[in-house]
Every structure is written in C-alpha cells, then in structure tokens.
Design a protein around this ligand. Structure first.
Ligand code: CDT
Length: 301
C-alpha cells in the first residue's frame, strides 16, 4: 500500500471585501484540522484567496490587478507554506497569477511536504466570455481576465506518487485526464468555483450542476484509473450561489468521501495509490488497448 491521506479543504464563500489575511486565517484553521486528521496533503479550491472576481466586469487595469498575486508565496500567503512545512503536509493552492512581464493566468501550485513549490499549473480551458454580456443572468469573465494556460498538463513525481493538477472547467474535459493518464498520473487535484445556476439556461439548477460535477470527476477517475480530489469554493458569494459537493473519487470512479455543507469543511480520505495499478494494467492499459489511428480528429481543428 502507498497511502496518501488527503484533506479536501472546501472553502465557504469569500465576500468581495474580505481581505486575504482573513481568508488565510480560515485556511490555516483547515490545515490545523487536517493535521489532526493526519493528512499528508491538503487541497484548496480554485482562486482560493479571494471572491470569484470574474463575475465582476472591470476595465481599469489597476482594479483588475488587485485580485492577482505577483509572487507565490507572497507576504499574505507565506503562512500557508510555513504551516505546510511545519506539519509535513503537501498543498495544492489555486490563485490568480500575475507574472513579472504582466501576463495573467488562473493558476495553481503544488507544494511538497517541506512547503517547497514543486509544480505549477495554468488553467487551459477558460470558460465564459471576454466582454460584458447583458443576456446573462450574471457574468463569467474568465476569458477577459486570463490567458489560456501555457504549461500543458504535466505530472509531478513527489510525495511517493505521481500527481497532476487542473482547475475547475478543465475537469469537464476528458482530454485533461487522458493527457495526465498517459503520463501515469495516480492522483489528480482540482479546485473549482461553479455557480449553482446556469447564467444562460434558467432550468439548470444546483442538482444538475452537482450531477455534472460528479459525472465528470468520476468518469475522469475511472477512465484513467486515477484518484481525483475535487474541491469547491461554495456558498453564496457576493449574492451569487455556488455549489459545494467537494469529493474524493477512487480509481474505480467511486465516491469515497463528499462534502455535506457549503461552508468551510474538510473532507478526508486515506487514498492508496497502489489501487491505481489494477486498472492501469488491465482495461485501461493504454499501451495495449488504445487505437490512436482513429483518434486524429481529437487534435485537429
Ligand atoms: N471557474 C469555472 O471554471 N467555472 C465553470 C463554470 C462554467 S459556466 C461559465 C465550471 O466549469 O464549473
């Protein structure tokens, strides 16, 4: 057995005027709880440090950039990395990244048990739109504020396993998991902010959104024989509801643990990375069974 005890650290809502220092305090409390649960790894949501700001239309670059981190760790986030090192706990953290040359990405980092950053991911599948859309019930302006990620879907050999990262909308795309699956990924970490209603289809409410969340994550896990840990920022943020439903799914696609609330909540499970071997060497032994001569369209325009 190669056990990694994972704590999915769901965050409840973060209001627009809530300072990062307050959010980090909430996150540290979840880390303390994770330590008591003997977690080896804690996973925070997408854009974990602020409200989901892409719901707001902004034009002023200075106003936009206040939502971004210019360095990681920063003064505000260093306590998270120090606590990770103190507890010997790995960490996935989603945040808005502003690079020194002025580029904007929706990013996550993976820190190992020493608190050192060993991997960075930049969200590839950006949903939503770039201009104000009066037809929508609310805005989802990720295409306005972020560039598509330029790092692909690498995996990292760390903490005794093979880990991959993706962010929110990426979890709905089979290619996300498959590119990591082809590199032998054993655990995919994903943070998300998902509105409880569809801004363009009023009939689609929270139950269907939770269903699609589970469906995507469970399928990705099963079809690539990997653990998937999916973590929400949830609840009513700035008056706009978002689903919870953080979950830990095993390589058979079964839900092993799931959040019950829409608030700050820890979901813990001891994951055996060796449980990925059976699927990877039988039905999803890619080297033996894939038929790539028929897959060309996937990479064509
Ligand atoms: N943050 C994020 O990617 N949210 C999307 C909402 C899609 S609707 C524009 C998601 O896939 O959950």
């Amino acid at each position: 057995m190669r056990l990694v005890t994972v704590a999915a650290a769901q965050l409840g809502p973060i209001q627009k005027n809530e300072p990062r220092t307050d959010v980090v305090r909430r996150m540290l409390a979840l880390m303390d709880e994770a330590k008591r649960a003997e977690a080896d790894l804690i996973v925070f949501p997408e854009l974990a440090l602020t409200t989901f700001f892409p719901r707001w239309y902004m034009e002023d670059p200075a106003e936009i950039d206040q939502w971004f981190e210019r360095e990681m760790p920063s003064a505000a986030t260093r306590p998270l990395f120090e606590r990770a090192a103190e507890y010997g706990m790995g960490m996935y953290l989603g945040y808005a990244e502003l690079t020194p040359d002025g580029r904007h990405f929706n990013s996550s980092v993976l820190a190992d048990r020493t608190g050192a950053i060993v991997g960075k991911y930049r969200k590839v599948h950006l949903p939503g739109h770039a201009e104000f859309d009066p037809e929508r019930a609310f805005q989802h302006l990720e295409k306005r504020y972020f560039e598509p990620g330029d790092l692909g879907f690498p995996v990292w050999r760390t903490m005794g396993g093979i880990f991959g990262m993706c962010i929110c909308n990426d979890r709905r795309w089979p290619e996300t998991y498959r590119v990591m699956g082809l590199q032998g990924v054993e655990m995919v970490l994903v943070g998300y902010n998902t509105p409880s209603i569809n801004s363009q289809k009023s009939a689609e409410g929270p139950e269907q959104r939770l269903f699609h969340n589970r469906l995507s994550v469970q399928a990705g896990a099963y079809q690539n024989s990997t653990w998937v840990v999916a973590v929400a920022k949830a609840g009513i943020e700035d008056g706009f509801p978002m689903i919870g439903g953080s979950l830990i799914v095993n390589p058979d696609g079964e839900i092993m643990a799931e959040a019950k609330t829409e608030g700050d909540e820890l979901v813990v499970h001891a994951c055996d990375l060796d449980a990925t071997t059976f699927g990877k060497t039988t039905i999803f032994d890619f080297a033996r069974h894939r038929r790539i001569e028929h897959y060309g369209r996937i990479c064509a325009q």
